[in-house]
Design a protein around this ligand. Structure first.
Ligand code: GTP
Ligand code: MG
Length: 195
């Protein structure tokens, strides 16, 4: 799939703020700092489209981007960031769950995991939740440029076992530094939005 245009559309906290229309939509979930915003920028090859940061908790709203005037990509706030006050975390949790539950145009979700880390209980919960609600899901392991092939061979076993990854789900290594995994993810999106 060729990306010819990528534009910020709007930000929202609740369903009233979601953009109207019926373009198909694909969302990205995962822990704070896992690389959701960077991944979106790499997918569309537009560096500053989604705001990224070394400090976790950068994305605090649901951000919608229009791609090729054909579909939307949705950048969600990250979960699991300990430094955010409890009430803010609860609000973010509600925002994410509310979105995933209520968005009728949502065609699929990428769950992002840092390739170096064992999935946390919140990662496991999010994954189970997506399975439970039958949301088409693909898991992507971010920051793959930080591991050697050998390390990844071992680490992917840990991720699959801990989640535990269901046999019908894919685990795609991705790097927003090198672009590894980009074509695969675009292929997945193409499938989802044509359904
Ligand atoms: P929140 O908005 O806080 O939930 O974070 P996020 O998941 O959107 O993460 P973001 O894209 O802002 O990236 C967090 C940090 O990880 C930044 O310093 C990025 O430069 C870095 N990063 C993201 N992806 C990669 C990657 O593929 N490789 C490497 N080496 N660094 C990455
Ligand atoms: Mg972000």
């Amino acid at each position: 799939m060729k990306i010819v245009s990528a534009e910020f559309l709007t930000s929202a906290v609740n369903p009233g703020g979601y953009p109207p229309g019926n373009l198909p939509e694909v969302a990205f979930v995962g822990r704070s700092n896992v690389g959701k915003s960077s991944l979106i920028n790499r997918l569309v090859n537009r560096k500053g489209l989604a705001r990224t940061s070394k400090t976790p908790g950068r994305t605090q709203l649901i951000n919608f981007f229009t791609i090729n005037d054909k579909f939307l990509l949705v950048d969600l706030p990250g979960y699991g960031f300990a430094k955010v006050p409890e009430e803010v975390r609860a609000k973010w949790g509600k925002m994410i769950e509310g979105y995933l539950k209520n968005r009728e145009t949502l065609k699929g979700v990428f769950l992002l995991l840092d390739c170096r880390h064992t999935p946390t209980s919140q990662d496991k919960q999010m994954y189970q939740w997506l399975l439970h609600y039958g949301v088409p899901t693909v898991v992507a392991a971010t920051k793959i440029d930080k591991l050697s092939n050998n390390q990844w061979a071992k680490q992917q076993g840990v991720i699959k076992k801990t989640l535990p990854l269901s046999p019908e789900h894919r685990l795609i290594p991705f790097s927003s530094e090198t672009g590894r995994g980009r074509d695969e993810l675009l292929g997945v999106i193409k499938n989802w939005i044509h359904n």
